[in-house]
Write a new protein. Structure first.
Length: 496
């Protein structure tokens, strides 16, 4: 029965990281996520785009598995609900289930005996670091060069998420606006930094804009776009790459030139131009005469006194964070990187956002070991970035703090081993299967660099945060399997 409870708990959102009494504020929960979980249980998602190879698949990104599942299993109602929904999930009742903060913690010596031989696996390259933290107490139970700053690859997205959520809040929505300059009879499409704007959303924005123009009697306009919110180079330091579009304040479908929604894809050289063309085409369909449209390369900044005609707002920041973490979405990561810069009054460039993220995280005082950390980008594609395993586990523990519910999407967005996102195709062999459904973690993969950081409920029901990094690797698959074994051992270990 204990194992059944652990599977339910592990595959649900990591709001279980704290006592059940704190979960009522953990949100947000997606009512459609239970269906997504069942679908993945029947057919594992092996097309996540995590490795930055191959093409993404059409269809909307799947949400993170729902924390409502674990609340039902524990006999506690999610916020706004009253008790068990009647589904028979084989879970333990609330009075029988162990509290993740009261279950016994692993003994450091026993944990070291279990982990150290696995960390010596040659598949983990020439430099390995590790940190395992007891979330309830904040005590580091195991460390191997835990303070050594290394290339984090995509696990840096955990830091990006914490910084953005703390700076802006989980309910913040990024606007894309159409404004009217009456003096010049110009409409400006103003980018606010939302890379997830779809063609359908732009058409709806154009519909609303056309109605407002009709009320003003404006039948002939000049159209321009405004991307002035962002500054500095638009190209990521890695250069043109199918893993990321040029970073622009105005985009449509992340600059993708196919129907994909995640993973590598052909990318536009000018995402702002593409978004403006979709918007313009719809205005023309609605009878608006666009006379002498300004060339995208000569796009200007909208005047301060321009009237807002219509606005499209992104999904809440909490949902963007979950999508970023689940599918390792680089475009959303760079957008949230810059949104943090905007919130802190820094230039929305790679350099300005790096300063902003560091300053935002420094606001937590001594809770986060930032000495030596370097935030070169928000996605982890830049190899000049540096983060320690110890910082990653502290960030995860911070997100589990019941006093900081605004950070909970950092945990609810983590992929579930063998079930979802970038872990959907992993934890399916005998050596790692014990971690399936129990490990929630952010993956990180660059050539020669492999990382894994997340949370796990161990065999006694204790919630642990972990981070394992490997540098100088030569066998990507072998490194993944070695990292997965480390996390799976945590899942199966009482270690006392």
């Amino acid at each position: 029965m204990r194992d059944t409870w652990r599977v339910v708990a592990g595959s649900a959102a990591a709001g279980l990281a704290v006592a059940v009494t704190a979960v009522a504020v953990a949100g947000p929960w997606d009512s459609g996520q239970r269906t997504a979980e069942r679908a993945r249980a029947a057919h594992w998602d092996r097309h996540s785009g995590a490795e930055h190879i191959g093409a993404g698949l059409p269809g909307g990104p799947a949400p993170a598995p729902s924390a409502a599942e674990v609340l039902t299993a524990l006999g506690a109602a999610p916020a706004g609900e009253g008790g068990n929904d009647g589904d028979d999930r084989g879970g333990r009742s609330g009075k029988d289930a162990p509290d993740p903060g009261e279950a016994p913690a692993p003994a450091p010596a026993a944990l070291a005996d279990a982990l150290h031989p696995l960390l010596e696996d040659g598949a983990l390259g020439t430099l390995r670091t590790a940190s395992v933290l007891d979330v309830a107490t904040g005590r580091e139970l195991y460390g191997a060069r835990a303070g050594r700053d290394v290339v984090p690859a995509s696990t840096v997205k955990i830091a990006t998420a914490v910084a953005a959520l703390s700076a802006l809040g989980p309910d913040h929505r990024i606007p894309t606006r159409a404004v009217w300059d009456a003096e010049g009879e110009r409409v400006f499409l103003v980018g606010g930094g939302d890379p997830t704007v779809t063609p359908a959303a732009l058409r709806r924005l154009a519909d609303a804009t056309a109605r407002e123009l009709a009320e003003r009697g404006a039948k002939r306009i000049t159209l321009a776009h405004d991307t002035s919110l962002y500054s500095g180079p638009a190209r990521h330091p890695i250069g043109p790459n199918e893993n990321i579009a040029p970073v622009s304040a105005l985009m449509v479908n992340e600059g993708r030139l196919d129907d994909s929604t995640r993973g590598p894809a052909p990318r536009s050289d000018d995402p702002a131009r593409d978004a403006t063309e979709v918007f313009a085409d719809r205005l023309r369909e609605r009878g608006v005469d666009i006379e002498h449209p300004e060339h995208p390369e000569r796009a200007r900044k909208a005047p301060k006194g321009a009237d807002e005609l219509a606005v499209h707002r992104s999904a809440p920041l909490a949902e963007l964070v979950e999508r970023m973490l689940l599918h390792s979405d680089n475009d959303i990561a760079e957008a949230l990187f810059r949104q943090t810069a905007v919130a802190r009054g820094e230039p929305a460039s790679f350099a300005g956002a790096g300063r902003a993220v560091r300053a935002q995280l420094a606001g937590y005082g001594g809770a986060l070991p930032l000495e030596g950390a370097r935030f070169a980008d928000g996605s982890g594609l830049d190899r000049s970035g540096r983060i320690s395993a110890g910082l990653l586990t502290r960030l995860l523990a911070l997100a589990a703090d019941p006093a900081r519910p605004e950070l909970r999407p950092v945990l609810t967005g983590l992929p579930v081993a063998r079930f979802s996102g970038t872990l959907g195709g992993r934890y399916d062999d005998g050596a790692t299967r014990t971690g399936a459904g129990l490990v929630r973690a952010k993956t990180g993969t660059l050539t020669g660099v492999n990382t894994l950081a997340g949370t796990v409920v161990d065999a006694d029901g204790r919630l642990l945060a972990f981070a394992f990094t490997a540098s100088g690797t030569t066998d990507r698959q072998g490194a993944h399997e070695a990292l997965d074994r480390l996390a799976a051992v945590l899942a199966g270990c009482g270690c006392r």
